[in-house]
Ligand binder design. Structure first.
Ligand code: DC
Length: 224
């Protein structure tokens, strides 16, 4: 069957990675979380005390940041300069800095270039904020996913708890709301629905239901 590029954008914690992962598995596609790349850059800046408001320092640091993904026990795992950072990049410390870091044009240019390379072979599901609007403007299928803020905060809370990282519900809700605001209002590649994206609010959908809906759309796109 024809391989396509599937771009999934949307607000923080609306289930983009769950959907993308399940979809990639069902189609035997590669799944790339572009958010994890911005998180890995943020972790690098934190660990190396890089003051990211200084453009010259950021420009110097970027060539030293190498990110790749590997499957470990069936899970896509993020590596920063050869080190497994999957657990560190979901910490609150990273979550609190990642949106400002993702507003830096030089950081975005470096990440977008790597993401476009990853899509050359097609057969890829990539999620993020600017995948349908900037990274893969010609993606055959674009989804804009959203859900109510409370539903999203609850899902994030449950996810962190399950990973043994107990946090306060209200700080999660505030973090989501702040990230959405920064992501949607930044000058460079703000989060917005691409004109040709399909809007899906999954507040009241089960994972299985949303997966079936998207698979039906994939069938339509791959049969043309
Ligand atoms: O998907 P996520 O929550 O892991 O993303 C972390 C942050 O990275 C998010 O607040 C915005 C930023 N991001 C971005 O600016 N562009 C992308 N394509 C993906 C994520």
């Amino acid at each position: 069957m024809k391989k396509i590029i599937i771009a999934i954008d949307g607000h923080s914690s609306c289930g983009k990675s769950t959907l993308s992962n399940e979809l990639a598995e069902a189609l035997d596609y590669v799944y790339i979380s572009s958010g994890k790349m911005y998180r890995a850059v943020t972790l690098y800046f934190i660990e190396n005390n890089i003051s990211y408001s200084d453009q010259a320092i950021v420009d110097l640091a970027l060539p030293d940041i190498n990110i790749h993904f590997e499957k470990i026990d069936g899970n896509d795992t993020t590596f920063l300069n050869g080190r497994n950072v999957e657990s560190e990049i979901i910490s609150m410390a990273v979550a609190q800095q990642v949106s400002p870091v993702a507003t830096i044009p030089a950081v975005r240019r470096a990440m977008v270039q790597q993401q476009q390379q990853m899509g050359l072979q097609k057969g890829i599901v990539m999620d993020g904020r600017d995948i349908g609007t900037v990274v893969f403007k010609d993606a055959e299928l674009k989804i804009f996913l959203t859900a109510s803020e409370n539903v999203r905060a609850q899902r994030r809370y449950d996810e962190l708890l399950a990973k043994g990282k107990p946090v306060d519900f209200e700080s999660i809700r505030q973090n989501l709301s702040t990230r959405d605001r920064i992501d949607s209002t930044r000058v460079d590649s703000p989060l917005r629905q691409a004109d040709d994206a399909v809007l899906l609010d999954n507040s009241n959908l089960s994972r299985a239901e949303q997966l079936e809906m998207i698979k039906a759309l994939v069938n339509l796109r791959t049969s043309i």
